[in-house]
Ligand binder design. Sequence first.
Ligand SMILES: Nc1ncnc2c1ncn2[C@@H]1O[C@H](COP(=O)(O)OP(=O)(O)OP(=O)(O)O)[C@@H](O)[C@H]1O
Length: 581
Amino acid sequence: MRLRSLTAAQGPLLSAGILLSLVGTIAMLVQPLLVAALISTLVAGESAAAEVIALVVLFSADVLCGAVGSYLVARAGENIVLDLRTAVMSRILRARIPAVSTWDRGDLFTRASADTSLARVALSSSVSQLATSVLSVAGCLVMMFVLDAWLGLLTVATIGVTSLACVGLVRAIRTSAVENREHNSDFGSVILSQLSNLETVKALRAEDAELGRATAEASRARGSGLKIARIAALLTPAMNVGTQLSLALVIIVGAARAGQGLMALDALVAFVLYLLYLVSPLVVALMSVSQFQQGRAALDRVGALTGLESEMTVAHGSGVPGRPGLPDRGSGAGELVRFSDVRLTYPGREEPALRGVDLVLPARGLSAIVGPSGAGKSTVFKVLERFYEPDAGSVLWRGADIRSMPLEELRGRMGFVSQDGSLMRGSVWDNITLGASDASRDAIWDVLREVGLEEAVRSLPLGLDQPLGDDGAGLSGGQRQRLALARVLIHQPDLLLLDEATAHLDSDSEARISSIIATLAESIQVVLIAHRLSSVVGADQIIVLEDGLVTGSGRHGELVQVHETYRRLVSQQFEQPVAGH
Ligand SMILES: Nc1ncnc2c1ncn2[C@@H]1O[C@H](COP(=O)(O)OP(=O)(O)OP(=O)(O)O)[C@@H](O)[C@H]1O
């Protein structure tokens, strides 16, 4: 993401807007001169029609150019925000999982939403305001010196001292703006985590504590926001004092000079008009420098996301020989996946999650990975999906190293369903076509039928267009899981990975999903991670993972005979005494 090039793309629009605003400013600058000419003509008792017409034209040009110019600048600003947001989201969505997981989610959220919006101020409106106001100030000063150099010097001396004092205020605003962005971001992180865990907060009766946490963060943001407001509030009055002082001096000295015949009366009127015109652009110039500083603080935060490492940089051939592209479905001797001595330690962790895993998944059938909590079961899936790269060892897909394959195609051959199904905001249709935008209506109904959801979806008030909310609200837990299953089946995967996909379901829903899985396992490889061993006893292969190592594999009957940990897990689940007996 190159911020400069994003702004450069809007350069023509921004320049056109600034140019028009400048034309408007020039039209404004000429007005006092015309007023002076009008006065002299009237005093001389001549016709002032030409001056009046010229004044009307100038006023109209001032208004029209100013309005169109500021619209173009605003448009360029909105375009910059859009480009910036697209670039930021492309960075985030294409980043490597380990790179993203080092960031706080709320922080990423604020950078992508609020900070990109503030960046617009820095890149468009404040730049344009600065250009027009600096031109106005310079133009006014030049005209004032042309009218009367002594009065000009007097003005520069009084207003100059005030402006210098204000520059210090602007610097202080920048420091507070950086602090305020951080505080707002912290507040965003807190509310994001609270919104994602609203039910847990309620169940734990932690509303008051959480409200306290949110209020504390909001108060910190208010504190730094007020600090900015206090400094910014001083800017205009400080400038006003300078102007009033200068106005009083100009009128006194000007009147004296006019009395001595050193200055014409119409020139004095024009001078005073220029002085009045000078104040507002001067304040705007200072304010836009302060706004620019605030926008820069936001822009720096957005720019920091350029450091997110993209998956594209690790997607292909990390020094691993092998032809690119996915191997044919027939290759690999009926073997779909082979892990050989796979080792992985998560970034920032000392203990490895996988210590040399060896396993084989055939092209068809049902495999289960079982083992104690923290044994590394989910990590096996993460390695397969290439969310994390192993530190050592290799993973083969139909005989070819997965590092030599296009990431998109590799993931396209796998379907992954997590514990909660992770439905997205949107309709049933949006969820099923996620990553499969070209799926036909018939194909969608086919997969819904396959997972036994056709009736349920047809009975929804809006059918496929029924909005589901963030977590699929509107569907039962079992239906959500089946919808998540339908969403991956539409891609016709060769390998289905189910991470505790039935953990939250009642036995009826679990049985329905188990029967769907059994049917699928006749044609593809299905791998289950399951704590409930009842769902894996019929598996063709059960892999026992302990502390990052495969300590056994086989069918249920065999493992019960020979594997100590598996026997213990089975006895814990099937032979628990019933409460009260
Ligand atoms: N993103 C991560 N960053 C750092 N450590 C992690 C991460 N994910 C998992 N771990 C650690 O790696 C080890 C294996 O985790 P994993 O989730 O694979 O275990 P699991 O067998 O699936 O556990 P469970 O059955 O409880 O879900 C654990 O010690 C865990 O704390």
